[in-house]
Design a protein around this ligand. Structure first.
Ligand code: NDP
Length: 463
């Protein structure tokens, strides 16, 4: 059996501890026999410039405990794991990083984005194991050109099919449910187009504020952090044409095709009180989830001059025969009091109503919820207390629970050499192309930076 080493660069950081290591554990806790086979003989090596060797075993053990990973598979990984203190940008340090690696290698870049291309440059000059896989986190570059340059740097190390540009939203149950449901459900499949659908909203709000991540977030903001990456991938699975199969070649082609024709909305205004297809805002002090949050600009490490938005909304169009004329609204915000997170597909009103009423009454809406993962149908139905009286009915189905987390899906893809749920290089570039006009308009000051109190649902003028 060939053993695999997963070398986590930046293992001392938040991602490794909070998401990646629990993701590995979740495959032990909730995966099937194939997953356990993938983990058989896995050596997890953490590394970073800071010395965490003494704590490392406990960090991995706690991550496993958190997701209920136990038994022989968990013990084997815990026994074999180790930490190497090294600077991944130094070619000299790589001899210690590669020491003891004698099978396949996965290099997981859990590093600040600015460091990734530097490390890729170092890797280019090294003698890596024949089967080396690179897993790179978002944000992938900071515009189309830098994403293309990063693609080239990574492809000088390994071929495209062994580069996993990770977007864990593709492993979210809601995203997987949209893909599986819309093409396999007669009711939805036949209605999934501009003739029937009026508007699509993809919303991912959260109560959390900055949480000490100014170093990254204050130069990114909600648009780059959430919309440009995660929510565009969700748009792609919501809007793509039927792939020939759910395999990497077909699915990634389908996602790339739909993103290639996605652009900033150019139709009639979508948001009230503005002609702009985008809005942005920043939170001020307030109470959220029983916790006081300071004004965003008073958070440690924030530079108010950056004018970083903590809430962003953009309207996009998918310029093809299926979707022309339907706005796709993407929204994500921090410090939102009552956060929604769902894909909301709103149907058009019926053409004629025999009760003589006009308007759409209660529109039909299909929701795919992220947290908890669920599918909800809201539809107009007869059966009110008076004859022919209409009532909106909601039917909600929680998706079956699984112990495998989104990062469990990521790890499954990376170790299994299956890039189905990772981003192809051209798509990473497209995603920057799509949002660039909005970034440019904001840069030119054409869209005001509104304010909202932490704990509210956004600026009052937006509702
Ligand atoms: P951190 O900012 O916590 O950094 C991770 C580690 O990188 C640090 O602990 C540090 O380790 C190392 N590092 C920092 N600067 C340098 C440098 N100049 N040279 C070499 N190593 C450096 O990042 P996160 O863990 O939060 O995120 C990692 C990646 O994952 C980022 O690309 C992020 O965008 C992405 N991501 C993060 C998510 C999250 O929730 N955290 C969610 C989704 C994606 P040391 O000092 O020991 O070297």
């Amino acid at each position: 059996m060939t053993s695999t080493t997963m070398l986590i660069l930046g293992a001392s950081g938040d991602l490794a501890k909070r998401l990646l290591l629990p993701g590995i554990g979740s495959l032990i806790a909730g995966g099937d026999a194939d997953d356990l086979h993938l983990l058989d003989g896995l050596r997890v090596v953490g590394s970073g410039r800071s010395d965490r060797a003494d704590e490392w075993h406990d960090i991995v053990a706690e991550a496993f405990e958190q997701v209920g990973a136990e038994g022989d598979a968990a013990d084997a990984i815990l026994d074999a794991t180790r930490y190497v203190r090294a600077d991944p940008t130094s070619a000299d340090d790589w001899s210690s990083l590669l020491d003891g690696v004698d099978g396949d290698l996965v290099v997981y870049f859990a590093l600040p984005p600015a460091i990734v291309s530097k490390v890729a440059g170092v890797l280019e000059g090294l003698d890596l194991p024949e089967h080396t896989v690179l897993a790179v986190e978002k944000p992938f570059g900071d515009d189309a050109d830098s994403a293309e340059a990063l693609n080239e740097a990574l492809r000088r190390v390994v071929p495209e099919e062994r580069i996993h540009r990770v977007d864990h939203f593709l492993g979210q149950r809601a995203a997987l449910a949209v893909l599986a449901t819309r093409f396999n459900n007669r009711l939805l499949e036949s209605a999934w187009n501009a003739d029937e659908i009026e508007r699509v909203e993809i919303v991912y709000d959260e109560q959390l504020g900055l949480e000490g991540r100014a170093g990254y977030y204050d130069t990114a903001g909600a648009l780059r952090d959430m919309l440009q990456s995660h929510l565009l991938q969700v748009l792609a699975v919501t809007a793509c044409e039927a792939p020939g199969g759910f395999d990497p070649a077909h699915l990634r082609d389908a996602l790339a095709s739909v993103l290639a024709v996605t652009q900033v909305w150019s139709g009639a205004p979508v948001f009230p009180n503005t002609d702009s297809p985008s809005r942005r805002a920043r939170y001020t002090a307030g109470e959220v989830g029983g916790k006081h949050l300071p004004d965003y600009t008073a958070e440690d490490g924030v530079d108010p001059e950056h004018e970083t938005e903590t809430l962003a909304e953009i309207a996009l169009e998918v310029a093809n025969a299926r979707w022309a004329g339907v706005p796709f609204v993407l929204r994500s915000g921090k410090a939102i009091g009552d956060p929604a997170n769902e894909i909301r597909v709103r149907f058009r009103p019926v053409r004629f109503r025999p009760d003589g009423q006009s308007g759409d009454g209660h529109p039909e809406i299909v929701r795919f919820g992220f947290k908890p993962p669920r599918i909800e149908l809201q539809f107009t139905a007869g059966g009110g207390s008076m004859p022919f009286e209409l009532e909106p009915i909601r039917m909600t189905g929680e998706l079956p629970k699984t112990a495998v987390t989104e990062y469990g899906e990521v790890v499954r893809g990376v170790l299994g050499d299956d890039p189905t749920l990772s981003i192809r290089g051209d798509v990473a570039v497209q995603c920057w192309r799509i949002v660039q006009p909005v970034l440019d308009a904001w840069q030119r000051g054409e869209v005001p930076l509104d304010e909202y109190a932490a704990g509210s649902d956004g600026p009052a003028s937006w509702s």
